[in-house]
Design a protein around this ligand. Structure first.
Ligand code: NOJ
Ligand code: CA
Length: 720
């Protein structure tokens, strides 16, 4: 088949036909991408992997809004036809030129799963010309050994200057009724459990997949899903659809067309329903298709980072992977409150006087409580202490479209900003700042310089931001172009102040942390907090690395040892599973989220959280199947220590691994923290065993894992 295609092109070319079709191969030859123009001049592409079709012929292009074009006027009898022509950036094209290049570099991330990343691809740039409108557009394809990326490029030209996107028509035509791991397409939240179903079942299951309860939810289609979307074909091909480098552009969702198993891009609109306002020269984000017949390769893929620009921060010495504790879980579980007083039915900053109000007795961020956490962090070697609810305004913080909720600088009367920072620093610990914006991006931008200056004054080096509630100005969405630009504004502004950012409820990452490595955390999915708000599916953490983590690390906030929560909820996981998450959910920012007193009850298990690395020279995915299990071993940066985590899904199983990733000729002490045979996420989550054994690279392990369970191992060389 490969040969026939190639000979066919040669044959056409020899006859002097315009070569309307182009082929691109991946460096190792496993992938072949074919590009063609239909007789109507519509760009289309298809993708094969090891001879099998992955993407059937799928169209490419965009529809523009003609009435939004500021440079073209449509007069005269044929104005309607002209308008129509202008709206199309999806047909009437001819190929004006092609260029091919090969690229191969190895770069060193500031933090990451591996010390080096290889970025190796073959590239095809196609310049398309639309003669009827005298406009041109490029489509750039990069074919790696792990998949395909493509994007649209809009060069500077006289007939395409300012333009508004009506919709992007990037299609992904699947070859069958694959299994999908999906969450509902939503302009304002990603905090859903995953549904596993056939593609043809998405529509029927949308209602049950849509869980109410989040304070900002905007579903757009009964067949709309979010990226990163994980798929598995009947033949055992794993396919991941996402995007890379989403900058100055709305986030892409996918809408499924039941007839042809085809997904089509569906961009997040702005307040007017428009889907992106661009000014040439500019580009779209990359659309990505990662493919393998081995699920482990999807987890190990670095394609999303590779499609982002290199690091833009020159001096990165202040960017530090961070393990932290925090005054946080007590508010999430209802034990304490963010607010300081119950005196006011509503709050207006500048008018409400907190110094005269009566404390409610449940405020978490008190000087004495924070000191307790600082002492705990110092004793056990944590880098940071997050404190939420330290600043005035929490009595009335979302739900009213209120613009000015927080000023980000004024502490409650019982939180001594200066004293606590000095106390923390004297113990070698840093406080982590918290800026909840309540979705009021305008208000945050108004205060951001003052807020960051305050942080620098007291020696904070990291901020957790949050975007709970509807985005203000009202009508904008969490993932529309202007809100995406806000998140980017915060990252770049923070970089100037040498501040690391961990954004919650912000847009899902698309590998931008390669360019801006001060973005060390993001939530952008259903994290541990939902265990207190209605529960996470038993196999949730066996799916997240295949979906949400494709674009970057997640602040999942693991490490809960007491599953019966103060608010009466039960956390569905075993204690050993909680330990494994430090390794399976890769992040340079890891929290030990439970209360200090719960760690004091299980000192032998807590030892793993204290020991585990957070930055890595190498990562080896040993076992992986989305929705079922993930086992990964990672070598800590600049040490010879390995840490291994294995998380398990809905059914108990035996994990079988080899220690062949260890250095030959060395002996290691492996401490195995595992589910006891009677462990049960509901009735006996704290049934675990800690066993020490000697291992070499020749050894194997068969380890029992309970449902929603798993195991963790620290592997330390024994020096002779
Ligand atoms: C939601 C975040 O996910 C959570 O971590 C935070 O505590 C609250 N918002 C308050 O900002
Ligand atoms: Ca959240």
């Amino acid at each position: 088949m490969k040969k026939i295609n190639f000979l066919f092109f040669v044959f056409l070319a020899c006859l002097g036909f315009q070569v309307n079709a182009q082929q691109l191969r991946s460096p190792n030859g496993n992938f072949i991408m074919d590009f063609a123009l239909t007789p109507n001049g519509e760009p289309s592409y298809e993708l094969r992997y090891k001879g099998k079709s992955v993407i059937n012929p799928s169209r490419l292009g965009l529809a523009l809004k003609s009435d939004m074009n500021t440079t073209t006027t449509f007069n005269g009898p044929d104005s309607a036809a002209k308008k129509k022509q202008y709206e199309s950036l999806f047909s009437g094209f001819e190929i004006a030129g092609t260029e091919r290049t090969t690229f191969d570099e190895t770069w060193q991330p500031v933090w990451g799963e591996t010390k080096f990343v290889r970025n190796h691809y073959n590239e095809l740039e196609i310049t398309l010309i639309q003669k009827a409108t005298d406009r041109n557009m490029k489509i750039r394809f990069r074919l790696f050994d792990d998949g395909l990326g493509f994007r649209y490029e809009f060069p500077q030209q006289k007939n395409l200057i300012y333009f508004t996107i009506q919709e992007e028509y990037s299609q992904f035509a699947m070859t069958g009724d694959h299994t999908a791991f999906w969450i509902p397409g939503d302009y304002d939240t990603q905090e859903y459990n995953y549904t596993t179903s056939k593609l043809s079942e998405i529509k029927g299951l949308m209602k049950s997949a849509y869980e109410e309860g989040n304070v900002s939810q905007t579903l757009f289609s009964p067949t709309g899903v979010q990226t990163s979307l994980m798929l598995k074909s009947k033949e055992g091909l794993y396919i991941n659809l996402h995007e890379a480098a989403c900058m100055d552009y709305p986030t892409m969702h996918l809408n499924f067309d039941g007839k042809n198993f085809t997904f089509q891009s569906w961009l997040t609109p702005d307040v007017h329903g428009d889907k992106g306002r661009l000014q040439a020269p500019c580009t779209s984000p990359w659309r990505t298709i990662i493919v393998s017949d081995d699920a482990r390769d999807i987890l190990a893929s670095k394609m999303t980072y590779n499609l982002n620009e290199p690091n833009r921060i020159e001096n990165t010495s202040w960017i530090k992977p961070t393990k932290y504790v925090g005054v946080w879980w007590e508010m999430i579980t209802g034990k304490n409150t963010w607010s300081y007083t119950n005196d006011f039915p509503s709050v207006q900053l500048g008018k409400t006087d907190f110094t005269k109000s009566k404390p409610n007795g449940t405020h978490g961020a008190t000087t004495s409580n924070v000191k307790k956490y600082i002492d705990f962090a110092a004793k056990h070697g944590f880098d940071g202490v997050l404190v939420e609810g330290w600043n005035i305004g929490w009595e009335d913080w979302f739900g009213h479209g209120k613009d000015y909720v927080f000023d980000f600088v004024t502490p409650y009367p019982d939180f001594n900003l200066k004293n606590l920072n000095e106390y923390a620093h004297s113990k070698g610990v840093k406080l982590i700042m918290h800026h909840e914006t309540s979705g009021s991006v305008r208000n945050y931008e108004r205060h951001i310089d003052t807020a960051f200056k305050l942080m620098k004054q007291y020696g904070y080096n990291a901020v957790k931001t949050g975007y709970v509630g509807q985005i203000l100005p009202l009508g904008e969405h969490h993932y529309s172009q202007s809100t995406n630009n806000h998140y980017q504004f915060v990252i770049e502004k923070a970089a100037r102040y040498q501040i690391m950012v961990n954004a919650h409820e912000a847009v899902r990452p698309t590998g931008i942390a390669r360019t801006w490595p001060n973005m060390i955390g993001n939530e952008s999915a259903r994290g541990t907090e939902y265990q207190a708000f209605g529960g996470n599916a038993l196999n949730h953490v066996t799916i997240l690395p295949f979906t949400r983590l494709i674009g970057g690390p997640m602040d999942y906030t693991p490490g809960i040892f007491e599953m019966n929560l103060p608010n009466g909820a039960h956390l569905n996981s075993t204690l050993a599973n909680q330990l494994a998450l430090y390794v399976t959910m890769y992040s340079p920012l890891q929290m030990a989220a439970d209360f200090p007193e719960n760690y004091d009850r299980f000192p032998d298990a807590f030892q793993f959280i204290k020991d585990v690395g957070i930055d890595w020279d190498d990562s080896k995915y040993l076992e992986a199947e989305p929705g079922q299990y993930i086992t990964v071993a990672r070598k800590e940066k600049n040490t010879d220590k390995w840490f291994l985590g294995s998380v398990n899904g809905n059914d108990s199983r035996t994990s079988k691994i080899k220690f062949d990733f260890l250095d030959a000729g060395r002996t290691y002490l492996a401490t195995i923290y595992a589910d006891a045979p009677d462990a049960n996420f509901k009735t006996k989550p704290q049934a675990y065993t800690v066993k020490k054994i000697k291992v070499t690279h020749k050894d194997n392990l068969a380890q029992f894992c309970a449902a929603a369970g798993g195991y963790a191992i620290s592997i330390i060389p024994i020096e002779k």
